[in-house]
Design a protein around this ligand. Structure first.
Ligand SMILES: Cc1cc2nc3c(=O)[nH]c(=O)nc-3n(C[C@H](O)[C@H](O)[C@H](O)COP(=O)(O)O)c2cc1C
Length: 378
């Protein structure tokens, strides 16, 4: 059977057929089943492993290996300047109760008001605790996952360890300054992630960000992220100078993701304007579906606490809301492009359609545009 051809230097760098990457997503966004489906279909899957213990990290890597022989990556949020905050959840909780009693009372009040069940906090560490992340990185290096992806933080301490065992490293950036920092740390690929994107975002939209980052970090290859979900947007990213795309939200509409049906149905109903940026769940600006909790937080007038405090403050509330299937209170990160997506499909179909459409767009474009140089009039 004939297969479309769509190749860029990213394919040679990563050993994949198509320059389309599944973004690393936490909270069940990109589990082994989805990663393997994307890599098996010719793309490049990336596991989201933020907050996992080292045992759980090894388990998802091995499970993915069991499901695919193709290369894949793993993504962690690296701690930035978190040295001053305690690492264990119980210590952070004690600090919040002592220093931010109004924040604590507000969230406890909501828990009662919505009649949510009591839940057990089982995690020992905050999800970006340096000791936890260092243990995870050790496992990832031991397992020689082909690509390590670093969101937030500074990956310079990971790069030599990864390169020493033949792994590649990718870093995310939302502006040229951070992209230059990633370049200085020695990463092999930089993802320029625009304001349209789901999850933690910066403030610059892709039409400005991608060409700016491409020029700034030359010759490091740049992959575009944010709002990319079909052939037109993939082709546009390539025109902006990217060598590939990093897609999160498009694959939240896959049958393999494990964010849960309740969240997927909410995403499928959402309109573009309902995917907004808020600091209320993690303390850092993150794009998600606008829900009742966001509204209540805004009305409270409380300033969100810095990462990782805010995540710990609202952690039990979110768990309880999940247990009660209160989708109007649960964090549901997704990008603006969710407003255009409706249908849930297997990841292979999503990827194959993106590839076919991109090939069509690139083939048809020259016939739709008259271009060239007019010779001077005689
Ligand atoms: C549900 C969800 C979870 C995410 N979790 C992470 C994460 O753990 N680490 C990370 O680097 N980026 C995370 N992101 C951002 C994605 O990696 C990616 O940059 C973004 O989804 C791209 O924009 P798009 O959603 O418009 O495709 C997340 C995004 C979503 C939608």
């Amino acid at each position: 059977m004939s297969r479309p051809v769509l190749r860029t230097p990213l394919c040679d760098l990563l050993g994949c057929e198509y320059p389309i990457m599944l973004a690393g997503m936490g909270s069940g966004g990109s589990p082994p089943e989805l990663v393997a489906a994307v890599s098996n279909a010719g793309g490049f899957g990336v596991l989201g492993a933020t907050g996992f213990t080292s045992e759980a990290t090894r388990e998802v890597i091995r499970k993915t290996r069991h499901l695919t022989d193709m290369p894949f990556g793993i993504d962690l949020l690296l701690p930035a300047s978190l040295a001053e905050s305690p690492e264990s959840r119980s210590e952070v909780l004690a600090l919040i109760q002592a220093e931010y009693p109004k924040h604590w009372a507000f969230v406890q009040g909501l828990h009662k008001e919505y009649n949510l069940p009591a839940v057990q906090d089982t995690e020992e560490y905050v999800s970006v605790a340096s000791s936890l992340v260092r243990e995870q990185v050790d496992v990832i290096i031991e397992e020689r996952v082909p690509l390590f992806c670093a969101a937030l933080g500074d990956p310079s301490w990971v790069v030599p360890k990864a390169h020493a065992v033949g792994m590649k490293v990718l870093g995310l950036a939302g502006n040229a300054r951070n992209a230059l920092r990633q370049k200085a740390s020695g990463v092999d690929i930089i993802v320029a992630q625009g304001y349209e994107a789901g999850g933690h975002v910066g403030r610059i939209a892709n039409f400005v960000l991608v060409p700016e980052v491409v020029d700034a970090v030359l010759p490091v290859p740049v992959v575009a992220a944010g709002g990319i979900a079909d052939g037109r947007t993939v082709a546009a990213a390539l025109c902006l100078g990217a060598v590939g795309v990093w897609c999160g939200t498009a694959f939240l509409f896959s049958t393999e993701t494990t964010i849960g049906r309740g969240k997927q149905e909410q995403l499928a109903r959402g309109t573009t304007e309902e995917f907004v940026v808020s600091r209320s769940y993690t303390g850092k600006t993150s794009r998600m579906y606008r829900n009742t909790f966001l509204q209540r937080w805004e009305e409270s007038g409380l300033e969100p606490l810095p990462m990782p405090l805010q995540g710990v403050l609202v952690g039990s509330f979110v768990k309880a809301a999940l247990a009660a299937s209160r989708w109007d209170l649960v964090n549901n990160p997704a990008g603006q492009v969710a407003g255009r997506l409706r249908e849930l499909r297997p990841a292979r179909q999503i990827l194959e359609q993106m590839v076919e459409e991109t090939v069509d767009v690139l083939a048809v474009l020259p016939s739709r545009i008259t271009h060239g140089i007019r010779s001077p009039a005689h």
